[in-house]
Design a protein around this ligand. Structure first.
Ligand SMILES: Nc1ncnc2c1ncn2[C@@H]1O[C@H](COP(=O)(O)OP(=O)(O)O)[C@@H](O)[C@H]1O
Ligand SMILES: [Mg+2]
Length: 235
């Protein structure tokens, strides 16, 4: 019989011997050779590593946007790769929030509408409570005065702040940020980092940030480097 103490101690995110290869005309390109990672609820991690080392590939797999070649992922008690395509899309929508380097906002939609997109994605309707949450998130990222603006009317830092609110609106277990400050000037990068960490703490999500910025990495509790297809802790 399962021991309840053991179940409670299980990490929210557990990655075991994850590998990823891309086929080529010759030898397959081996990007991940056996990645292991465990994170509990509310924990955060910075992932560093040279360009082309597989950081985005790893985040895409953790967020079920790509399939691993082998190995296992468990998130919030589920193996997302055991789900069929529809269930997996729902799982991704409910459990995972993405913040991209390039904000990926819909240009024709307002700030508020962009934050509501994940709630509408699977044919859902927005409840009053969800609308309140979207507005609460936009308040937390300092955009209450800009709800009706279009992305083109915002600065790069403000657009990333909308992206953070959008990533959190579904109350995900896991937030994945791929070089979230990579396109920003120093001051905007610092503001975006402040807000990303603040909402992560407030909503107690797991947060994984891929970054080239040592400054941002230094603000996270754990740091690991992806090197030669494996994740190793950085002192
Ligand atoms: N869909 C794909 N098909 C083939 N090769 C890919 C694909 N996606 C990424 N790669 C290759 O995998 C390696 C890792 O890429 P990526 O994960 O984007 O690295 P990083 O984010 O660390 O810069 C690179 O050599 C890249 O060219
Ligand atoms: Mg990348």
């Amino acid at each position: 019989m399962a021991n309840s103490a053991t179940l409670l101690d299980m990490p929210e995110l557990s990655v075991v011997e994850l590998t990823k290869q891309y086929p080529t005309r010759g030898e397959p390109l081996v990007v991940l050779r056996g990645v292991n990672l465990q994170l509990g609820a509310g924990e955060n991690l910075a992932i560093l590593g040279p360009s082309g080392s597989g950081k985005s590939t790893l985040l895409h797999i953790l967020g079920t946007l790509e399939q691993p070649t082998s190995g296992s992922v468990r998130l919030a008690g589920h193996d997302p790769f055991a789900l069929d395509e529809r269930q997996q899309a729902r799982f991704r929508n409910e459990q995972v929030g993405f913040v991209f380097q390039d904000h990926h906002l819909l240009p024709q939609c307002s700030v508020l509408e962009n934050v509501l997109v994940p709630l509408l994605a699977l044919g859902g309707r927005v409840t009053a409570e969800q609308l309140d949450r979207a507005k609460e998130l936009l308040e937390k990222v300092g955009l209450t005065q800009r709800l009706d603006h279009r992305p083109a009317e915002l600065s790069g830092g403000e657009r990333q702040r909308v992206g953070i609110a959008r990533a959190l609106v579904r109350r995900p277990t896991l937030v994945l940020a791929d070089e979230p400050t990579g396109n920003l000037d120093r001051k905007s990068a610092a503001e975006v980092a402040d807000l990303l960490l603040a909402v992560h703490e407030h909503f107690r999500t797991i947060l994984i940030v891929v970054t080239h910025s040592n400054e941002l990495a230094a603000r996270l509790s754990r740091r690991m480097e992806l090197n030669d297809g494996v994740l190793v802790p950085i002192a």
